[in-house]
Design a protein around this ligand. Structure first.
Ligand code: SAH
Length: 247
């Protein structure tokens, strides 16, 4: 998904901002940078601010108009610091990222960022399917260009499933596994004489259920717990200890 997303900067004035954008993009796994008539580029300032993301600057493509920069894109989103008075389909960064993540594989999309002083023109916004606004102080809503790209790029990174530890969490135990575990736990508690009178058992079992249910136990962990219960039962019966991995 990330390789199909283009960041388009329209008529950027400060080359340092272009470098900052390249860095923000590379941090978040984006690589396709398009520059529409930048004022000064290439530039040492851009390279300095890219701090290691100069490969993105070297690969950046220059275009004479926004129309050319987005010619091969099926979805175009324009980032705007101002809330427009005219009705325009508007997304926040998270919804925009989800929209892109939901596109069929291989769909090209572009997110367009405007000039430092005047943003995007209405004519440019008209070429966008959606408008994207980063919620901010209404009296001071304009973020630095590279900061705006950073916020959006981070959401794209998360939506692409690259967040957290980078691995899927293992499946949790299902209802059936938990029910058999609680049965086993109750039987064991009688075997080891923790529970005596049947009357006290419901409230103790209810509390134990609460403890174990709130632990969000993984399917694999249930095997470990049941192994411990089996060992306790065998020990109470005076039969020695089974192998730790046995149910
Ligand atoms: N003064 C300009 C803002 C320019 S900031 C204006 O009022 O429009 C440069 C670019 O960064 C903007 O064109 C936009 O693409 C992006 N940007 C800055 N703040 C933003 C925000 N709060 N939401 C969405 N995009 C923002």
């Amino acid at each position: 998904m990330l390789s199909d997303i283009r960041i388009v900067l329209v008529e950027t004035t400060h080359p340092g901002n272009i470098g900052g954008v390249a860095r923000a993009m590379k941090n978040m796994g984006l690589s396709d940078l398009a520059l529409v008539s930048p004022k000064i580029f290439p530039s040492e300032q851009a390279t300095a601010r890219a701090s290691g993301a100069d490969d993105l600057l070297a690969a950046a493509r220059l275009f004479g108009s926004l129309k050319d920069a987005i010619a091969d894109c099926q979805l175009v989103i324009g980032a705007s610091a101002r809330l427009r008075t005219i009705a325009w389909p508007e997304l926040d960064p998270r919804t925009a990222a989800a929209e892109i993540a939901g596109l069929p594989e291989g769909t090209r999309s572009a997110i367009v960022f405007g000039r430092e002083h005047s943003g995007l023109t209405n004519g440019e916004l008209e070429q966008c399917h959606f408008l994207l606004h980063i919620a901010s102080n209404p009296e001071f809503s304009s973020l630095n260009l590279a900061c705006a790209v950073q916020v959006v790029a981070y959401e794209l990174y998360l939506a692409a499933g690259q967040g957290g530890s980078g691995r899927r969490s293992p499946p949790l135990a299902d209802g059936e596994q938990m029910a058999s575990f609680f049965d086993h736990l109750e039987r064991t508690l009688y075997d080891i004489r923790f529970l005596h009178a049947r009357r006290s058992s419901p409230s103790i079992m209810r509390r134990l259920r609460r403890i174990f249910n709130s632990a969000r136990i993984e399917a694999q962990e249930i095997h470990l717990l049941r192994g411990i219960l089996t060992a306790a039962q065998l020990s109470a019966a005076g039969a020695g200890t089974p192998h730790a991995e046995e149910n």
